[in-house]
Ligand binder design. Structure first.
Ligand code: AMP
Length: 194
């Protein structure tokens, strides 16, 4: 299986690049943010709970997020692999994912981390907010809090994968095509080795 963690701060382009990668490598795209938004739109109990955190730019508690992610993976027993987008966001989530994948006789192949300067992220998110109306993308204070949460709680997960020799930083500034080529280059180089 090819299991990729697509990592990076909010606005780094994870969703955009995931759409292209699933097409090319025939993977299942799992975005915890998308699953939360689906639940919010349908006003489920999970959606109501998630909303209270998302509206402040905080992380949804680990236990809720991990259980939701596991249930989602279970829906695709025949998958050739997964792109995890926006998960894991804490060390506890990374450890839970490793344990869960091990039980399934598989593991994370690569972490691809998109790097984008902070002011560029804020510009991109405000633009996305205007286009999509996503409430957590329209308020600059919430955006700045999400980036702060990323720096304080999430960035550390990169070290977890680095210790396993799986971490690859990718320059996330450029055209969508340029960034896609950089991601594919790492995946293809790595797939030749494994
Ligand atoms: P995203 O679409 O990945 O930017 O996620 C939007 C929001 O959903 C985040 O700001 C968090 O509040 C929540 N969220 C998404 N993924 C996670 C996760 N892995 N752990 C905790 N909260 C998450």
């Amino acid at each position: 299986m090819l299991n990729i963690v697509l990592f990076g701060p909010p606005g780094a382009g994870k969703g955009t690049q995931s759409a292209r990668l699933v097409d090319k490598y025939k993977l299942i795209h799992l975005s915890t943010g998308d699953i939360f938004r689906f639940n919010m739109k349908n006003d489920t109990a999970l959606g109501k709970l998630a909303k209270s955190y998302i509206d402040r730019g905080e992380l949804v508690p680990d236990e809720v997020t991990i259980n939701m992610l596991k249930a989602e993976v279970e829906k695709y027993p025949d998958a050739a692999g997964f792109i995890f987008d926006g998960f894991p966001r804490t060390i506890a989530q990374a450890e839970a994912l490793d344990k869960f994948l091990k039980e399934k006789n598989t593991s994370i192949t690569l972490m691809l981390a998109l790097e984008v300067p902070e002011e560029e992220l804020i510009k991109r998110l405000l633009l996305r907010g205007q286009e999509s109306g996503r409430s957590d993308d329209t308020d600059e204070n919430i955006i700045r809090n999400r980036i702060k949460v990323y720096n304080e709680q999430t960035a550390i997960a990169a070290g977890y994968y680095n210790e396993q020799g799986k971490y690859h930083a990718i320059n996330g500034v450029g055209t969508i095509n340029e960034i896609f080529e950089r991601l594919c280059h790492v995946i293809d180089t790595h797939s030749m080795i494994i």
